[in-house]
Design a protein around this ligand. Structure first.
Ligand code: ADP
Ligand code: MG
Length: 692
């Protein structure tokens, strides 16, 4: 059958033996199809000869001339020098590796063509190890009608071989079936799949090289679109399969508990919170499992939204679980939820990795027999030993700490009980909308795009660490006014031991410099009871200054704290800096954040500090972060490989994303039989997203 053609192993192509196959495998090429989708990095124009007299350093050009001299130059490093002239000027070819045959080949009087990069040389321009041939040669690999593609390659694999192999592969390319012809109907005029592949591998001489190389040519768009649609459909299928298998419990809004809950809050919900609560309630009321991501900047008040969802589950007789990425944050949630929910008669349980022995047993028992209605904890919650009586809702806080895979694992966990629990995921890292639509195609997204009233934006400054004494004075002044401050120590090392030691030293020094202040210390090496005691004391304002490692990055909430000092801020990424800064500016007082840095700063570090000074808007920070780092790293998925695209670039191709969704809808409705092949081509046989 024709379809199978490009699925043949590359060894079926002319001249591909085991050695070559092995090298190709290093580039991820094992089938003929892989060659087709191995796209050029850049192109060279070998169609027009440039007179030697007009060469400029840095250009890749074709020249033709007569060899005037060819000799081995003496010296520490033997090299073959060959002077070529064409009447407009002369050029030296330099070869460091050469055989006698080369010297014979370039004998005086021979007319040759060379292609290479022009460099400045002594007295005249040079080309080092150019590709060359005799002007009258009939050389197939060299001969190229249009632009010459340069491919990503690997040691021992010549461009010439790659070019020849791709050409052979293109003979099969017509059997590749692309997206059906529904693009025109969507207002998109893009060339077909086959057309695009052959154009990208063999563009004509007058093709716009810049567009081809920067990915904005319609043929590139075509491929990017196919790839994005394939990824999108993968996530949608995954979602559909999860939702079909098992039904979720219908959880109507908490009529009885909601009123007393809201009336005990010291504030009213913002409009954005109320809107998101309504979205969540609508999801929960059906038997289709909710899969909703709530995005909201730090301090936008996501916790209350979660609490209302939880009340719905509790009132309907189901259990809810809240999972946080760190002990500290889980403890804080436990405190918050206990303060809100226990007065309403809700039974709580607590599970963390540090809990052991009898108390752990007791908590597990309460979870298993259903006495515990709300369970808070860290990822310890998802160990095999934990089983729930009637789990109806899973709340995951600070999603960016968990990968796509963990999220999917949680879903599995919930299904053990025979129902699919609803899932509410809260992220404090606002993800740019376009990115969210693709990376989280299996989730619905709600955005809390409003901060509670009365907050003043945090003022951010960057100061060199040599100005530490001034910074210490700032802490003194702020605390003298009855405010509190954080002092965060960072270390490059991942080691918690070193981090802790650095923080201990800093705390001692600060306590000495600021004897009138009550200084506390939290770090990851402390027992959770100890940490909790310190945090609680800080919250009660029994401490003025809290020295900490980055453990306090997420979620910690002390409205009276108005000054955040971050030492060695240059070591942290933008999202971490933004999270830390989000610890202040939570009350009505004007807050500031001091980023202390140790110079000299790298370019990206400079950029990051500048972004922090310029904006406090989490979405803007995220957008700039994306610009600086690229989507893979941004989502923390680079290592897992879940979001690696071959052609598409989420930022560059953002404009295609709305179309991706519409095409996805129509494909599923009108051409369901085409979906499989598309997904298999781009995402692979194993649905990578589903592997956990
Ligand atoms: P985050 O979205 O970062 O998790 P939190 O839920 O911790 O934010 O809320 C931050 C602070 O704002 C808390 O002190 C919380 O009590 C308060 N808060 C939440 N919603 C409102 C509101 N509508 N009005 C005033 N304060 C609010
Ligand atoms: Mg939070």
């Amino acid at each position: 059958m024709a379809v199978a053609c490009t699925l043949k192993p590359v060894t079926e192509l002319r001249g591909v033996g085991p050695r070559l196959a092995e090298r190709l495998a290093k580039l991820g090429i094992s089938q003929v199809r892989d060659l087709l989708f191995h796209l050029p990095l850049r192109y060279e124009d070998r169609s027009t000869r440039v007179p030697i007299g007009r060469l400029r350093a840095g250009e890749h050009v074709l020249i033709e001339g007569v060899v005037e001299l060819c000799e081995v130059a003496p010296g520490r490093r033997r090299r073959l020098l060959c002077r070529v002239s064409d009447g407009t000027g002369s050029l030296t070819l330099v070869f460091f590796h050469f055989y006698p045959k080369l010297q014979a080949d370039l004998a005086r009087g021979t007319t040759i063509q060379c292609f290479g990069e022009v460099r400045d040389g002594p007295g005249m321009p040079q080309m080092i190890h150019p590709e060359y041939r005799h002007a009258d040669a009939n050389d197939e690999a060299w001969e190229s009608e249009g632009l010459t593609p340069i491919y990503p390659s690997t040691q021992g694999l010549q461009q010439n071989s790659l070019r020849r192999l791709v050409k052979d592969a293109l003979l099969y390319a017509e059997t590749e079936q692309g997206l059906p012809d529904l693009l025109a109907g969507l207002g998109l005029e893009l060339p077909g799949l086959y057309e695009s592949l052959s154009y990208l591998h063999c563009p004509p001489t007058d093709a716009p090289r810049d567009l081809l190389e920067n990915g904005s040519h319609p043929c590139r768009h075509r491929l990017a679109l196919e790839e994005l649609v394939a990824h999108h459909l993968t996530l949608r299928r995954l979602r559909a399969s999860m939702q079909q298998l098992v039904v979720a419990p219908a959880l109507p809004p908490a009529d009885r508990l909601k009123k007393p809950f809201l009336s005990q809050l010291p504030f009213q919900l913002t409009q954005a919170q109320a809107r998101v609560v309504a979205e969540v309630e609508a999801d929960l009321a059906t038997e289709q499992a909710m899969l909703r991501l709530v995005q909201g900047d730090v301090g936008s008040g996501k916790t209350v939204v979660a609490a209302l969802a939880i009340l719905g589950a509790v009132e309907a007789g189901w259990q809810a679980v809240v999972m946080a990425p760190t002990e500290l944050l889980a403890e804080q949630h436990m405190r918050n939820f206990a303060a809100w929910l226990e007065p309403l008669g809700v039974e709580m349980a607590w599970l963390s990795g540090r809990l052991s022995g009898r108390s752990r047993q007791a908590q597990l028992q309460a979870v298993a027999d259903g006495r515990a209605q709300v369970v808070v904890g860290t990822h310890a919650l998802f160990q095999e030993t934990v089983s729930f009586a009637r789990l109806g809702l899973v709340v995951i806080d600070e999603q960016h700490r968990f990968g796509v895979h963990q999220r999917l694992a949680l879903r599995e966990k919930g299904r053990e009980a025979g129902v699919q629990p609803h899932q509410l995921i809260m992220t404090a890292t606002p993800i740019p909308r376009t990115l969210a639509m693709t990376a989280y195609a299996d989730l619905d997204v709600s955005v809390i795009d409003e901060l509670p009233p009365g907050r003043t934006p945090v003022r951010t400054v960057a100061v060199a660490s040599s100005r530490r004494p001034e910074v210490v004075e700032r802490v003194r002044a702020a605390c003298a006014e009855g405010r509190q401050a954080y002092w965060v120590c960072t270390l490059v090392e991942e080691s918690e031991v070193l981090q802790a030691e650095a923080a201990e030293v800093a705390a001692e020094n600060l306590a000495e410099a600021l004897p009138e202040l009550r200084v506390g210390l939290v770090h990851g090496r402390q027992k959770s009871a100890e940490k909790e005691a310190v945090m609680a004391a800080f919250k009660r304002h029994e401490l003025d200054l809290l020295v900490a490692t980055t453990v306090i990055e997420v979620g910690v909430d002390v409205p009276n704290a108005s000054l955040m000092i971050i030492e060695n801020a240059e070591r942290l990424g933008l999202s971490q800096l933004h999270q830390l800064r989000g610890r202040v500016g939570r009350g009505a007082a004007a807050s500031s954040c001091v980023l202390m840095y140790q110079g000299p700063l790298s370019r990206t570090a400079k950029e990051r500090l500048a972004v922090m000074r310029e904006t406090t808007d989490g979405f803007e920070v995220a957008r700039r972060d994306l610009e600086i780092r690229g989507p893979g790293e941004f989502l923390g998925t680079r290592q897992t490989g879940a979001l690696q695209y071959r052609v598409a670039d989420l930022e560059r191709d953002a404009g295609l994303l709305p179309t991706v969704h519409r095409i996805g809808d129509r494909l599923l409705a009108e051409y369901p039989e085409r979906v499989d092949a598309l997904v298999r081509r781009w995402v692979g046989d194993a649905e990578r997203y589903g592997q956990v």
